[in-house]
Design a protein around this ligand. Structure first.
Ligand code: CU
Length: 148
């Protein structure tokens, strides 16, 4: 009996390396101006990676809009500042800004969006950040993008 359980546990451990790389992530944002994660891990072997954004709140995007923007950490402040000028019609992202590696649309409560990008835009071990570029959100709604 005991030996059987151990063998099953061993099999489940052995199965892990055979699993495919995780090539997407779901990030939730809420009415309290929070993301549910502080870190997104991107595996370069994926080729393409998808960030799914889900707004679990009820407030409209004009009041509590959220997006996910990925930049180099050093570009974040400038991109976030210029986002306010770009305005809601541009999802608070300056159009054709090549400092922006990927971004979702701006969404309100109950909505979803997703963005897929090529992982060769990122260097393994590089210093990247994700954030919401809605005015006033980027200092709080932010986290690290770890590239491996
Ligand atoms: Cu936001």
């Amino acid at each position: 009996m005991f030996a059987k359980v151990t063998f099953a546990a061993l099999l489940s451990v052995m199965a892990v390396p055979a699993m495919a790389a995780q090539c997407d992530v779901t990030v939730e944002a809420n009415d309290a101006m929070q993301f549910n994660t502080k870190e997104i891990v991107v595996d370069k072997t994926c080729g393409e990676f998808t960030v799914n954004l889900v707004h679990t709140g009820k407030l409209p995007k004009t009041a509590m809009g959220h997006n996910v923007v990925i930049t180099k950490t050093g570009d974040k402040q400038a991109v976030a500042t210029e986002a306010t000028t770009a305005g809601p019609a541009n999802d608070y992202v300056k159009p054709n800004d090549d400092r922006v590696i990927a971004h979702t649309k701006l969404i309100g409560g109950g909505e979803k969006d997703a963005v897929t990008f090529k992982t060769d835009a990122l260097d393994a071990g590089g210093d990247y950040t994700f954030f919401c570029s809605f005015p006033g959100h980027w200092a709080i709604m932010t986290g690290k993008v770890v590239v491996k």
